[in-house]
Design a protein around this ligand. Structure first.
Ligand SMILES: *Cc1c(COP(=O)(O)O)cnc(C)c1O
Length: 398
């Protein structure tokens, strides 16, 4: 089917909630994807960070096929080896910061679970009437009613009110504002170490350390939403390791099963006491098919030291973009860590983004001026070179 037919048929059969990029993709391998006309692209977005090991990774595909012949999902009524294997691996990845895992199916669900755990930890386990979640401006935590309330953007919640109570937002990078917002009702502060949807905004490490200290002092929990910045992308396995902070709860999803839907939260042994049998559940969460695949994904990340790779090749990429920024005034900023990078343009960049797409390069585009790069962590230096050369040719025109 060609692209025009897609547009026409979709408008007939699919709810119009997405503004899609103007191509229809049909096949992928490693960092390359092909559209319905057979045209090849370098994928610097990777399904918004969901394919850290590249598309159709051979080893992951072998694991998927193996488990597909054994068992897919039998609900959480039964013990499952695959879920346990993955939980152990995730816990070990935190260097003893976290002890227990709850599995779910998406980023929003993971953050929803984090919010529920924080509230129940205080209200039931600690017998303290705290429920309020404080988040930061320009954050993004998901599209369920609870996570929309945490996200706090009116354009996203328009028409969906009333949202649940008990959420407050403070300006990012302002410790005093946070200090003033905390009351005895506060249960947790929730943040992204590198804000993703907000336009790739890394939070300063001294600010993050300040938030951590404030949470300790005021006895409230710290939740790190690592749905986008986690799993080696930042240059550390967890982005909070970059800043040297220690959250009570970490949420994860996107890249966890390299493209299959999966999410999880990790919690300290103490905070995990907030959950008890029957207190929270999901039918699909941690099913053996996705758990087995995710177990392989984490195994490969650790075996191949992809955090270090993301740091090294990310620095190389960032350096090249910074060189362009010195030459072309239209580049206003280059920022990010590891392979989570953003390039902000001084004016509307839709034409530049479109030229890149036409030339066979897929990157993200937000706020009409930020090019976002979340490529597979296996991206090669030569692929980055080809992209940067192409971008430079386009910039010369503007
Ligand atoms: C994508 C994202 C979410 C939401 O994840 P879904 O799987 O789309 O529900 C939450 N938090 C962050 C930081 C994200 O990037």
């Amino acid at each position: 089917m060609n692209y025009q037919d897609f547009v026409k048929q979709e408008s007939m059969y699919i709810c119009s909630t997405y503004s899609r990029y103007p191509i229809a993709l049909e096949r992928g391998f490693a960092c390359k994807v092909w559209d319905c006309t057979g045209k090849q692209y370098l994928d610097l977005l990777a399904g918004i960070a969901i394919a850290p090991l590249g598309h159709c990774n051979t080893e992951v595909r072998a694991r998927l096929n193996e488990q597909a012949n054994k068992l897919w999902n039998i609900s959480n009524l039964f013990y499952q080896q695959e879920q346990l294997n993955l939980a152990k691996r995730l816990v070990e990845s935190t260097n003893a910061q976290h002890s227990k895992v709850f599995f779910c199916n998406s980023g929003a669900e993971a953050n929803e679970a984090a919010i529920k755990l924080a509230r129940r930890y205080w209200q039931v386990y600690k017998q303290r009437e705290s429920y309020e979640i404080i988040s930061l401006s320009s954050c993004f935590h998901g599209r369920t009613l609870g996570t929309l309330a945490a996200t706090g953007r009116e354009n996203l919640s328009q028409g969906f009110t009333p949202l649940p109570d008990g959420f407050k937002q403070v300006p990012v990078n302002d410790l005093n504002a946070l200090k003033e917002a905390i009351t005895s009702k506060t249960a947790a502060v929730m943040l992204e170490v590198i804000q993703g949807e907000g336009g790739v905004l890394p939070l300063p490490f001294d600010y993050l350390k300040g938030v951590e200290a404030l949470c300790k002092e005021k006895e409230i929990l710290l939740i790190c939403d690592e749905v986008q910045c986690g799993l080696c992308r930042s240059g550390q396995f967890w982005a909070w390791q970059l800043a040297g902070i220690k959250p009570d709860i970490t949420s994860v999803a996107k890249g966890l099963a390299n493209g299959l839907p999966m999410g999880a939260i990790l919690a300290t042994a103490e905070v995990a006491n907030g959950f008890a049998p029957g207190s929270h559940a999901t039918t699909f969460g941690g099913g053996c098919l996705v758990a087995s695949v995710a177990d392989k994904v984490i195994e490969i990340m650790q075996r191949d030291n992809l955090a270090t790779r993301a740091e090294q090749i990310g620095n190389y990429f960032k350096g090249k973009l910074q060189n362009l920024a010195k030459k072309y005034a239209i580049i206003a900023d280059v920022r990010g860590h590891g392979l989570m990078l953003g390039l902000e343009l001084a004016k509307n960049g839709k034409e530049i983004w479109t030229d890149l797409l036409n030339n066979g390069f897929i990157c993200g585009f937000s706020q009409n001026k930020v090019l976002r790069f979340l490529p597979p962590l296996i991206i090669e230096q030569a692929e980055i070179d080809s992209f940067v050369e192409n971008l430079e040719q386009i910039l010369q025109k503007y």
